[in-house]
Ligand binder design. Structure first.
Ligand code: ADP
Ligand code: MG
Ligand code: ZN
Length: 727
């Protein structure tokens, strides 16, 4: 019955999405045809939908096993929004009362419930198993399946009991889902769940919407972070610190700067900790400052930035943590503050540990350092680390691609490196190879008598920074490989041998020297999506927040940011039109839509906005594209001189545009810029002049105010004045 079904139609009907993400459709078809399914998809890839949609289409109830009790309620709330039937989704865990459980059971028996979320420990309870034996099960979904494996990052012994219990309840297809892609974990999951034959769907781990940047960590790092957050006001963000003490300190600093931030770490009492997490999910606060204890399974889709205050201990960790940004496919800025001093500190911390553990820890840390110092595309390095090849020349969304460094020819250098590695019989690590190249007579070198090699000191003409860059980029290019099992010994691949025989051009970019570099300004980036009508967008966000308080659900459960952005662009005013918005299906439209439609309608009437009949694109009423984009940039508090540069116009032309905007009745707040370039008194003098004056003519003002004030300054303050007074 479900074989030939038009899934895109069903997707639209229930979830309001127009297209599937990645492999979703193939995965769902596989499950619908009754086969076991194994899904490897990065965080934010859209795993939940792979079992939610089929559950609605198949006969019976799907059982979803998920490790996090706290998040079950959110998932169930979200599901209920897609349907008009409250009983469509339920959960069973230890927090439910007896009578609540009775309600759940009666809904299931009445055939209302398509999805039942259970914690593994509830699944193992005798009477639950007994009850479920009478129920028609459509399939079993094992979410966060890496919890089965001791090699994963979150082992749960109860997860190993899942297979025997499934056998007791009754056979049905299994779908296992995880974001941990290492082969060892994968094997464990398949063995343990008895699904060796399952069809496997592995997605790319590339997250194109995430922007990666590494900045030098200076003494001003706290101020840098405050500044960054102020530039991103109102957006949700996570800041990771390594120590609990720093978490507390930084949260306090942010609060003192008027930022709504709270701390989170494992040393806090659980009530406060949970309250802080809740405040973040419900958007009572914008920023959570946390140790890595925070985040596993946090399903907040609109985290707009993740900052690493300290260098991450491993690239796996870095990938998971940054992965919490931009899950809805929207903006996700990942900023890491890096310093060599931090690196040395971390290495020192490890000294108390067993030697083998120290060695692994150091390896992982070296990988992170290499990532940070490299000038190669961040995405390329990250994906290479996960065994994936990224072939684009420029990803357009990382600091290194946006500010590419000059490439230098390293053909000869690579030959020297390969020869050196061969000369020491591929039995040494990168640091040792560097010692040979640079002719350092360390005790280890002397012990191996390597100072007698012909190649010894062949690289003395160049700095170690260059040699490191050559080796790292040769690894990415596949000329060298690291034997990870053996402490990272460097080996030459067959490609490497070919290269040595017949050298060809090998261009590299030099690493960044973080000792010399001062913290630079962030480059302007594109990609941050934005509504055409920022005023309406802000109003819609407020409404969503109010409703979320009233209904006690997180805001994004109602509508997600991309949906609100679309609303503030195409102005739907009826429930029917609302369903044209991405992410809004019939269920959601009915449940929440009316108030949003009313608000949009009122806004359109009050501002005489021409709504296009066909409701596809908005004709921007009386505002040229340039003006709209200036308004958006000012909204995002981009410095005005930067806006002028970005738009390719003179500063004075920009002021012309801005004046036209405020004179036509749109309020603009440029205080953030004025405060930066002018001192308080100066500004106040000009402001007072306009307050007293009967004219706003610039020439008059210049004459009256005298030489201490430039024309630009006067015009800027006049913009502020008009905006505040007249509008
Ligand atoms: P994962 O469990 O893989 O980390 P989720 O299932 O939580 O990811 O989904 C991440 C986000 O992607 C959610 O906000 C979800 O609404 C959104 N999403 C899922 N599928 C689609 C789709 N086909 N189109 C648009 N957005 C989607
Ligand atoms: Mg998930
Ligand atoms: Zn890049």
């Amino acid at each position: 019955m479900t074989e030939n079904i038009n899934l895109t139609e069903q997707l639209k009907k229930y979830f309001g999405f127009d297209t599937f993400k990645g492999n979703q459709e193939a995965i769902i078809r596989n499950l619908l045809s009754g086969k076991d399914t194994f899904v490897l998809m990065p965080t934010g890839g859209g795993k939940s939908l792979c079992y939610q949609l089929p559950s609605l289409l198949m006969e019976g109830t799907a059982i979803v096993i998920s490790p996090l009790i706290a998040l079950m309620k959110n998932q169930v709330d979200a599901m209920r929004n897609f349907s008009e039937e409250d009983g469509v989704a339920h959960f069973i865990n230890s927090s439910l009362t007896k009578s609540a459980i009775e309600q759940v059971k009666s809904d299931i028996l009445a055939g209302k419930t398509k999805l039942l979320y259970v914690a593994p420990e509830s699944l193992t309870k005798e009477d639950n198993v007994e009850f479920l034996r009478q129920v028609k099960i459509s399939f079993y979904a094992v979410d966060e399946a890496h919890c089965i494996s001791e090699w994963g990052h979150d082992f749960r012994p109860e997860y190993r009991r899942i297979r025997p219990i499934i056998d007791e309840i009754g056979k049905a297809p299994i779908i296992a889902l995880t974001a941990t892609a290492t082969p060892k974990v994968k094997m464990d999951i398949q063995k343990n769940l008895g699904m060796m034959e399952a069809a496997e769907f592995k997605s790319s781990f590339n997250r194109p919407n995430l922007y990666y940047e590494v900045r030098a960590k200076t003494n001003n790092v706290d101020a840098d972070i405050v500044k960054f957050i102020k530039h991103n006001e109102g957006k949700s963000g996570i800041i990771y610190c390594l120590s609990r003490k720093k978490v507390e300190e930084l949260a306090e600093i942010l609060q003192a700067n008027g930022i709504k931030a709270r701390p989170y770490h494992a040393g806090m009492d659980s009530a406060t900790r949970n309250a802080n997490q809740d405040a973040f999910l419900k958007e009572d606060i914008d920023v959570i400052v946390a140790t890595i204890a925070f985040g596993m399974g946090i399903d907040k889709p609109d985290v707009r930035f993740v900052i690493h205050y300290d260098v991450p201990k491993s690239l796996e960790g870095y990938y998971q943590e940054t992965g919490r940004a931009g899950r809805d496919g929207g903006e996700g800025q990942c900023i890491t503050f890096y310093s060599n001093k931090d690196l040395q500190k971390l290495e020192k911390f490890m000294q108390g540990k067993p030697v083998s553990e120290q060695e692994i820890g150091r390896q992982l840390l070296q990988e992170t350092a290499a990532y940070a110092e490299s000038s190669v595309c961040r995405r390329k390095i990250l994906l290479h680390y996960f065994g994936e090849e990224y072939t684009e020349d420029n990803c357009g969304n990382c600091d290194n691609c946006l500010n590419p460094k000059k490439q230098v020819e390293a053909q000869d250098a690579l030959c020297t490196v390969i020869e050196t590695i061969i000369a020491v019989k591929e039995n040494f690590k990168q640091e040792y190879i560097l010692d040979i190249l640079l002719g350092k007579e360390t005790s280890e070198v002397l012990a191996h008598k390597h100072e007698d090699l012909e190649i010894f000191g062949a690289g003395m003409g160049e700095e170690d920074r260059l040699w490191n860059a050559v080796i790292r980029q040769a690894l990415i290019a596949g000329y060298l490989k690291k034997d990870v099992e053996n402490y990272g010994l460097l080996k030459v691949t067959s490609e490497g041998h070919k290269f040595l025989k017949k050298p060809k051009s090998f261009k590299i970019v030099e690493d960044t020297d973080f000792d010399e570099e001062e913290a630079e300004e962030t480059p302007m980036r594109s990609g941050a999506s934005c509504a055409v009508d920022p005023v309406l967008y802000a109003m819609l966000k407020d409404l969503r927040k109010k409703m979320s308080k009233k209904l006690d659900v997180p805001p994004y459960v109602i509508f997600q940011d991309p949906s609100l952005e679309a609303m503030a662009t195409i102005y739907p005013v009826t429930l029917e039109e609302l369903q044209n918005i991405p992410g809004v299906g019939a269920g959601k439209a009915k449940r929440y839509g009316q108030e949003f439609c009313d608000l949009i309608k009122k806004h359109c009437e009050e501002n005489e906005i021409d709504r296009p009949e066909d409701l596809r694109v908005r004709t921007v009423a009386n505002k040229s594209k340039l003006k709209v984009s200036i308004i958006q940039s000012i909204d995002r508090k981009v410095a005005l001189d930067d806006i002028a540069v970005a738009k390719g116009i003179e500063f004075s032309e920009l002021l012309d545009e801005i004046e036209a905007i405020v004179y036509s009745g749109t309020k603009l707040n440029i205080d953030y810029f004025l405060n930066e370039i002018m001192d308080e008194d100066h500004m106040q003098d000009i402001y007072d002049y306009f307050k007293e004056s009967t004219t706003d003519n610039i020439d008059d003002a210049m004459e009256e105010l005298g030489d201490d004030y430039t024309e630009d300054e006067i015009r800027l303050v006049r913009i502020k004045f008009i905006s505040e007074m007249a509008n």
